[in-house]
Design a protein. Structure first.
Length: 206
């Protein structure tokens, strides 16, 4: 008997029990046994009734683009356990459990290595004071007091703009998905005692 009866609750219960302590149908990596079982489903298992089968199904789904390259012969009938349900092993021995956990950690590390780095931008911001009497040190301190996840302040300098007035030009690095420049500028412009306005002078992707 293989895992191909996913219509009846009894067949689903057998699968749910089998993958309770396993990540794959056989062995310690995805094979054609997983592919054949996965493809026998018309829809994903109900998580509330068969949580372990649901976890296995979602996990195998991540390999779908690689199905044809997974080991095993897809043309052969597959049997995960003997004809009697009583032969279904529920517990793994300690060594098998240790190996399984090591393989899972290796796989997780491999998948994590493929994660795309967060998109970042380098921004140069001009912050203009009201006049030549504005305390520029206090202005810069106010700007740098803004702390957000995904925001790193960089170097700064004072740039003359005329009539004795200098603007603060400050660099920053932002994570694009976390930081809105419009919202950041609104927050900077909120320091009304020092700031007249702010503008983006330059911006480039990292």
């Amino acid at each position: 008997m293989g895992f191909t009866d996913f219509v009846s609750d009894s067949g689903m219960t057998l699968l749910d029990s089998w993958v309770k302590t396993r990540s794959y149908i056989v062995g310690y990596g995805p094979t054609q046994a997983d592919v054949k079982s996965f493809q026998a489903f018309s829809s994903q298992p109900a998580v509330e009734k068969f949580p372990h089968a649901y976890r296995w199904y979602k996990h195998i789904a991540t390999f779908e683009p690689e199905f044809s390259s997974l080991p095993g012969d897809p043309s052969k009938a597959f049997t995960a356990y003997g004809p009697e349900a009583s032969e279904l092993p529920i517990e793994e021995d300690a060594e098998a459990a240790r190996i399984r956990e090591e393989r899972l950690k290796e796989y997780a590390a491999k998948k994590a290595g493929k994660t795309k780095p967060a998109a970042k931008s380098v921004v140069t911001l001009d912050v203009k004071p009201w006049d030549d009497e504005t305390d520029m040190k206090a202005l810069e301190a106010s700007v740098r007091s803004i702390e957000k996840d995904g925001l790193v302040w960089g170097q700064s300098k004072l740039v003359p703009v005329g009539f004795g007035i200098k603007k603060l030009q400050i660099n920053l690095v932002i994570e694009d998905e976390k930081i809105s420049l419009d919202e950041l500028q609104e927050e900077i412009d909120g320091f009304e005692d020092y700031v007249q306005s702010s503008d983006i002078a330059a911006m480039q992707k990292l």
